[in-house]
Design a protein around this ligand. Structure first.
Ligand code: SF4
Length: 171
């Protein structure tokens, strides 16, 4: 797959995520404490598929060449004021931060259980276990789409790239 096609597929995926996230942000607006400057979800150990790393490299080559990463302890892309320096091109994992999450955990005996979680700052509000499935962000489908996109590039087991490693300069 050529670079242009890949970029367009990734953009399509991001747009779809945004379309699905928007109504959830409206539904949960009363409980969401997410705002510029909050670093709760912008942790230091985030990794992304190579296709997302390339997207950041493509759009932010100057930043990655000339700027220093945020000191260790928080995401390398945070600026001094706690804002994201690549917000428009932030990876998938950053686009659902703060929402109630649900996913299916599978145990070795084959049984499954639905898990739910939310940022502790957004805990206050209707209990997560009582929310309809449609009011939670499902972890799994978009991760699968990203993995399939990556597989179309390298065909094999995709390796992940740490966000911090994208910077040429050390902290
Ligand atoms: S890339 Fe941006 S939004 Fe994502 S964790 Fe880093 S600073 Fe936060």
């Amino acid at each position: 797959m050529n670079e242009e096609r890949l970029a367009s597929e990734l953009n399509r995926l991001y747009r779809e995520v945004e379309q699905r996230v928007r109504p959830l942000l409206a539904i949960h607006s009363a409980r969401l404490q997410c705002r510029r400057g909050c670093r709760q979800c912008c942790v230091d150990d985030l990794t992304v598929f190579q296709v997302e790393a390339e997207n950041i490299r493509r759009h932010h080559s100057d930043l990655l060449r000339d700027a220093a990463p945020h000191p260790e302890g928080a995401c390398a892309f945070l600026d001094q004021a706690g804002a994201c320096r690549i917000y428009e091109h932030r990876p998938y994992v950053c686009r659902t931060q703060g929402l109630p999450l649900r996913w299916i955990e599978q145990f070795p005996d084959g049984t499954t259980v639905e898990m739910r979680d939310i940022c502790p700052l957004n805990e206050e509000g209707p209990p997560l276990e009582g929310l309809p499935e449609t009011e939670c962000w499902a972890i799994g489908p978009f991760e699968g789409e990203l993995a399939r996109l990556q597989a179309r590039v390298d065909g094999g087991a995709p390796h992940r790239v740490s966000l911090r490693s994208l910077f040429r300069r050390g902290a």
